[in-house]
Design a protein around this ligand. Structure first.
Ligand code: ZN
Length: 58
């Protein structure tokens, strides 16, 4: 089975969320909406830095 990676288009006027196949890692894909070339990051860049796990207000 093939997983998909989600990347956001770097074009600020577009910012479309693109789903690309695992096989596209370290390659360049093109945004379907604005045709900007986007480099798909390698496996290691899968950390959730911006998300805090379930905020609990006590
Ligand atoms: Zn785009």
């Amino acid at each position: 089975m093939s997983q998909t990676i989600r990347i956001m288009c770097p074009n600020l006027a577009c910012r479309k969320l693109l789903a690309v196949p695992e096989s596209a890692r370290s390659k360049t894909v093109r945004c379907k909406a604005c045709h900007t070339a986007i480099r798909v990051p390698d496996a290691q860049t899968q950390q959730t830095t911006n998300e805090t796990p379930a905020e609990k207000a006590s």
